[in-house]
Design a protein. Sequence first.
Length: 281
Amino acid sequence: MNHSSLRDSAAEALRRTRAANPLIHTITNFVTVNDCANIILAAGGSPTMAHDPREVEEIAAVSQAVVLNMGAIEDLDAMILAGREAGRRGIPVVLDPVAAGASRLRRESCVKLLEQVPLTIVRGNASEIKALAVGSSSTRGVDAGGADIITEKTLPAAVQMAGDLSRRLNAVIAISGVIDVVALDGRAVWLRNGCAEMSRITGSGCMLTALLGAVAGANRGRPFEAAVAAVGMMGFAGELAQQRMRELGGGTATFRACLIDAVSMMTPDQLKGGLQIEGNE
Protein backbone atom coordinates (compact mmCIF):
# COMPACT_ATOMS: atom_id res chain seq x y z
CA MET A 1 0.00 0.00 0.00
CA ASN A 2 1.56 3.33 -1.06
CA HIS A 3 1.19 6.69 0.66
CA SER A 4 -1.74 7.69 -1.55
CA SER A 5 -3.55 4.48 -0.70
CA LEU A 6 -2.88 5.04 3.00
CA ARG A 7 -4.40 8.51 2.75
CA ASP A 8 -7.46 6.97 1.07
CA SER A 9 -7.69 4.30 3.77
CA ALA A 10 -7.41 6.94 6.50
CA ALA A 11 -10.29 8.89 4.99
CA GLU A 12 -12.35 5.72 4.75
CA ALA A 13 -11.49 4.80 8.35
CA LEU A 14 -12.88 8.14 9.50
CA ARG A 15 -16.03 7.62 7.41
CA ARG A 16 -16.58 4.22 9.02
CA THR A 17 -16.06 5.65 12.49
CA ARG A 18 -18.60 8.42 11.96
CA ALA A 19 -21.12 5.94 10.52
CA ALA A 20 -20.64 3.15 13.07
CA ASN A 21 -20.78 5.17 16.32
CA PRO A 22 -18.65 2.49 18.04
CA LEU A 23 -19.01 1.93 21.78
CA ILE A 24 -15.54 2.36 23.31
CA HIS A 25 -14.92 0.99 26.79
CA THR A 26 -12.21 3.18 28.27
CA ILE A 27 -10.43 2.66 31.58
CA THR A 28 -8.32 5.77 31.97
CA ASN A 29 -6.91 8.05 34.62
CA PHE A 30 -8.90 10.66 36.52
CA VAL A 31 -6.76 13.51 35.11
CA THR A 32 -7.90 12.97 31.51
CA VAL A 33 -11.15 11.00 31.72
CA ASN A 34 -13.31 13.92 30.54
CA ASP A 35 -11.02 14.76 27.62
CA CYS A 36 -10.85 11.10 26.55
CA ALA A 37 -14.63 10.80 26.58
CA ASN A 38 -14.98 14.01 24.58
CA ILE A 39 -12.43 13.04 21.93
CA ILE A 40 -14.24 9.73 21.38
CA LEU A 41 -17.50 11.65 20.94
CA ALA A 42 -15.77 14.11 18.60
CA ALA A 43 -14.58 11.25 16.39
CA GLY A 44 -18.07 9.78 16.15
CA GLY A 45 -17.82 7.14 18.86
CA SER A 46 -19.67 6.58 22.11
CA PRO A 47 -17.59 6.37 25.31
CA THR A 48 -18.23 4.33 28.42
CA MET A 49 -15.79 4.85 31.27
CA ALA A 50 -16.67 1.85 33.47
CA HIS A 51 -13.82 0.71 35.71
CA ASP A 52 -15.36 -1.35 38.52
CA PRO A 53 -14.00 -4.93 38.33
CA ARG A 54 -17.49 -6.26 39.04
CA GLU A 55 -18.80 -5.03 35.68
CA VAL A 56 -15.92 -4.47 33.27
CA GLU A 57 -16.13 -7.89 31.60
CA GLU A 58 -19.81 -7.37 30.86
CA ILE A 59 -19.18 -3.88 29.47
CA ALA A 60 -16.19 -5.00 27.40
CA ALA A 61 -18.23 -7.81 25.87
CA VAL A 62 -20.68 -5.38 24.24
CA SER A 63 -18.10 -2.76 23.21
CA GLN A 64 -16.42 -2.33 19.84
CA ALA A 65 -13.03 -1.59 21.41
CA VAL A 66 -11.41 -1.50 24.85
CA VAL A 67 -8.89 1.19 25.81
CA LEU A 68 -6.57 0.55 28.76
CA ASN A 69 -4.62 3.50 30.18
CA MET A 70 -1.92 2.67 32.72
CA GLY A 71 -2.34 6.11 34.25
CA ALA A 72 -5.16 4.34 36.09
CA ILE A 73 -2.69 1.89 37.59
CA GLU A 74 -4.95 1.36 40.59
CA ASP A 75 -7.45 -0.22 38.17
CA LEU A 76 -4.97 -2.82 36.87
CA ASP A 77 -7.15 -5.78 37.84
CA ALA A 78 -10.14 -4.24 36.05
CA MET A 79 -7.99 -3.58 32.97
CA ILE A 80 -6.84 -7.18 32.85
CA LEU A 81 -10.41 -8.48 33.22
CA ALA A 82 -11.74 -6.17 30.50
CA GLY A 83 -8.80 -6.82 28.18
CA ARG A 84 -9.01 -10.60 28.48
CA GLU A 85 -12.75 -10.56 27.80
CA ALA A 86 -12.22 -8.37 24.74
CA GLY A 87 -9.46 -10.68 23.54
CA ARG A 88 -11.70 -13.73 23.85
CA ARG A 89 -14.24 -12.02 21.62
CA GLY A 90 -11.84 -10.61 19.04
CA ILE A 91 -12.54 -7.04 20.16
CA PRO A 92 -9.63 -4.61 19.61
CA VAL A 93 -7.66 -3.69 22.73
CA VAL A 94 -5.58 -0.49 22.84
CA LEU A 95 -2.96 0.02 25.55
CA ASP A 96 -1.39 3.27 26.73
CA PRO A 97 1.59 2.32 28.98
CA VAL A 98 1.65 5.67 30.80
CA ALA A 99 5.02 6.34 32.45
CA ALA A 100 5.95 2.69 31.97
CA GLY A 101 9.56 3.23 32.97
CA ALA A 102 8.99 5.68 35.82
CA SER A 103 8.76 3.21 38.71
CA ARG A 104 9.10 -0.46 39.56
CA LEU A 105 5.34 -0.66 40.16
CA ARG A 106 4.61 0.56 36.65
CA ARG A 107 7.19 -1.72 35.05
CA GLU A 108 5.84 -4.76 36.86
CA SER A 109 2.22 -3.81 36.15
CA CYS A 110 2.93 -3.47 32.44
CA VAL A 111 4.61 -6.88 32.38
CA LYS A 112 1.63 -8.42 34.16
CA LEU A 113 -0.84 -6.89 31.71
CA LEU A 114 1.22 -7.81 28.64
CA GLU A 115 1.36 -11.42 29.82
CA GLN A 116 -2.41 -11.70 30.16
CA VAL A 117 -4.05 -9.42 27.59
CA PRO A 118 -3.83 -9.80 23.78
CA LEU A 119 -3.25 -6.31 22.40
CA THR A 120 -4.19 -4.76 19.07
CA ILE A 121 -2.46 -1.37 19.36
CA VAL A 122 0.05 0.03 21.85
CA ARG A 123 0.44 3.82 21.90
CA GLY A 124 3.02 5.65 23.95
CA ASN A 125 5.67 8.32 23.80
CA ALA A 126 9.21 7.31 22.92
CA SER A 127 10.26 6.66 26.53
CA GLU A 128 7.18 4.56 27.28
CA ILE A 129 7.66 2.40 24.21
CA LYS A 130 11.38 2.05 24.93
CA ALA A 131 10.54 0.89 28.47
CA LEU A 132 8.37 -1.88 27.01
CA ALA A 133 10.92 -2.76 24.36
CA VAL A 134 14.13 -2.87 26.40
CA GLY A 135 13.03 -2.46 30.04
CA SER A 136 14.49 1.00 30.65
CA SER A 137 14.19 4.58 29.39
CA SER A 138 14.87 8.19 30.31
CA THR A 139 11.23 8.99 31.04
CA ARG A 140 10.36 12.20 32.92
CA GLY A 141 7.12 11.23 34.67
CA VAL A 142 4.54 10.95 31.89
CA ASP A 143 6.75 12.77 29.37
CA ALA A 144 9.44 11.39 27.10
CA GLY A 145 12.96 11.98 28.36
CA GLY A 146 15.29 14.08 26.24
CA ALA A 147 17.49 11.13 25.32
CA ASP A 148 14.51 9.22 23.92
CA ILE A 149 12.78 11.94 21.87
CA ILE A 150 12.61 11.02 18.17
CA THR A 151 14.71 13.27 15.93
CA GLU A 152 15.83 12.93 12.33
CA LYS A 153 18.99 11.27 13.64
CA THR A 154 17.22 8.77 15.90
CA LEU A 155 14.24 8.08 13.61
CA PRO A 156 15.72 4.90 12.02
CA ALA A 157 16.38 3.40 15.46
CA ALA A 158 12.87 4.32 16.63
CA VAL A 159 11.34 2.65 13.57
CA GLN A 160 13.44 -0.47 14.22
CA MET A 161 12.42 -0.51 17.90
CA ALA A 162 8.74 -0.15 17.02
CA GLY A 163 8.95 -2.94 14.46
CA ASP A 164 10.74 -5.30 16.84
CA LEU A 165 8.20 -4.64 19.62
CA SER A 166 5.35 -5.07 17.15
CA ARG A 167 6.59 -8.53 16.22
CA ARG A 168 7.06 -9.45 19.88
CA LEU A 169 3.57 -8.33 20.93
CA ASN A 170 1.82 -9.09 17.62
CA ALA A 171 0.34 -5.59 17.78
CA VAL A 172 0.56 -2.22 16.07
CA ILE A 173 3.02 0.09 17.82
CA ALA A 174 2.36 3.83 17.67
CA ILE A 175 5.00 6.19 19.04
CA SER A 176 3.77 9.77 19.38
CA GLY A 177 6.00 12.81 19.49
CA VAL A 178 7.45 15.49 17.25
CA ILE A 179 7.65 12.73 14.64
CA ASP A 180 5.03 9.98 15.03
CA VAL A 181 5.86 6.38 14.12
CA VAL A 182 3.34 3.61 13.35
CA ALA A 183 4.63 0.07 12.83
CA LEU A 184 3.20 -3.40 12.34
CA ASP A 185 5.74 -6.15 11.76
CA GLY A 186 7.58 -5.11 8.59
CA ARG A 187 5.34 -2.15 7.78
CA ALA A 188 6.26 1.27 9.13
CA VAL A 189 5.37 4.88 8.45
CA TRP A 190 6.14 8.13 10.17
CA LEU A 191 3.94 11.20 10.22
CA ARG A 192 4.99 14.82 10.56
CA ASN A 193 1.71 16.37 11.64
CA GLY A 194 1.18 18.16 14.96
CA CYS A 195 2.37 21.27 16.78
CA ALA A 196 4.22 22.29 19.94
CA GLU A 197 1.06 23.20 21.85
CA MET A 198 0.07 19.53 21.99
CA SER A 199 2.79 18.98 24.58
CA ARG A 200 1.62 21.96 26.64
CA ILE A 201 -1.79 20.62 27.62
CA THR A 202 -2.56 17.69 29.88
CA GLY A 203 -3.86 14.60 28.17
CA SER A 204 -3.07 14.95 24.48
CA GLY A 205 -1.46 11.51 24.50
CA CYS A 206 -4.32 9.95 26.43
CA MET A 207 -6.78 11.55 24.00
CA LEU A 208 -4.86 10.05 21.09
CA THR A 209 -5.07 6.60 22.70
CA ALA A 210 -8.84 7.02 23.13
CA LEU A 211 -9.08 8.16 19.50
CA LEU A 212 -7.16 5.07 18.43
CA GLY A 213 -9.77 2.98 20.23
CA ALA A 214 -12.63 4.73 18.44
CA VAL A 215 -11.13 4.31 14.98
CA ALA A 216 -9.93 0.74 15.60
CA GLY A 217 -13.35 -0.21 16.95
CA ALA A 218 -15.03 0.87 13.74
CA ASN A 219 -12.34 -0.67 11.52
CA ARG A 220 -11.86 -4.15 12.97
CA GLY A 221 -9.35 -6.19 11.01
CA ARG A 222 -7.51 -3.06 9.81
CA PRO A 223 -5.42 -2.07 12.85
CA PHE A 224 -2.49 -0.58 10.93
CA GLU A 225 -4.71 1.60 8.75
CA ALA A 226 -6.81 2.59 11.78
CA ALA A 227 -3.69 3.59 13.70
CA VAL A 228 -2.34 5.68 10.83
CA ALA A 229 -5.73 7.39 10.49
CA ALA A 230 -6.05 8.18 14.21
CA VAL A 231 -2.45 9.32 14.70
CA GLY A 232 -2.62 11.49 11.59
CA MET A 233 -6.03 12.85 12.56
CA MET A 234 -4.83 13.91 15.99
CA GLY A 235 -1.70 15.57 14.63
CA PHE A 236 -3.54 17.41 11.87
CA ALA A 237 -6.24 18.48 14.35
CA GLY A 238 -3.43 19.97 16.44
CA GLU A 239 -2.30 22.05 13.49
CA LEU A 240 -5.84 23.30 12.86
CA ALA A 241 -6.31 24.02 16.56
CA GLN A 242 -3.09 26.00 16.72
CA GLN A 243 -4.22 28.13 13.78
CA ARG A 244 -7.61 28.76 15.37
CA MET A 245 -6.07 29.53 18.77
CA ARG A 246 -3.90 32.22 17.20
CA GLU A 247 -6.87 33.70 15.35
CA LEU A 248 -8.72 33.95 18.67
CA GLY A 249 -5.72 35.30 20.55
CA GLY A 250 -6.03 32.51 23.09
CA GLY A 251 -3.69 30.32 25.10
CA THR A 252 -3.44 26.67 25.99
CA ALA A 253 -6.99 26.38 27.36
CA THR A 254 -8.28 27.76 24.08
CA PHE A 255 -6.05 25.30 22.22
CA ARG A 256 -7.52 22.37 24.17
CA ALA A 257 -11.07 23.32 23.17
CA CYS A 258 -10.02 23.99 19.57
CA LEU A 259 -8.33 20.58 19.41
CA ILE A 260 -11.56 18.77 20.26
CA ASP A 261 -13.43 21.05 17.85
CA ALA A 262 -10.98 20.21 15.06
CA VAL A 263 -11.50 16.48 15.53
CA SER A 264 -15.28 16.84 15.66
CA MET A 265 -15.39 18.96 12.49
CA MET A 266 -12.79 17.12 10.41
CA THR A 267 -14.06 15.58 7.18
CA PRO A 268 -12.56 12.51 5.51
CA ASP A 269 -11.39 14.61 2.56
CA GLN A 270 -9.82 17.13 4.91
CA LEU A 271 -7.95 14.34 6.70
CA LYS A 272 -6.79 12.84 3.41
CA GLY A 273 -5.38 16.17 2.29
CA GLY A 274 -3.72 17.00 5.59
CA LEU A 275 -1.73 13.83 6.32
CA GLN A 276 2.04 14.13 6.05
CA ILE A 277 3.13 10.50 5.66
CA GLU A 278 6.53 9.02 4.90
CA GLY A 279 7.89 5.53 5.27
CA ASN A 280 8.19 2.03 3.86
CA GLU A 281 4.67 0.66 4.24
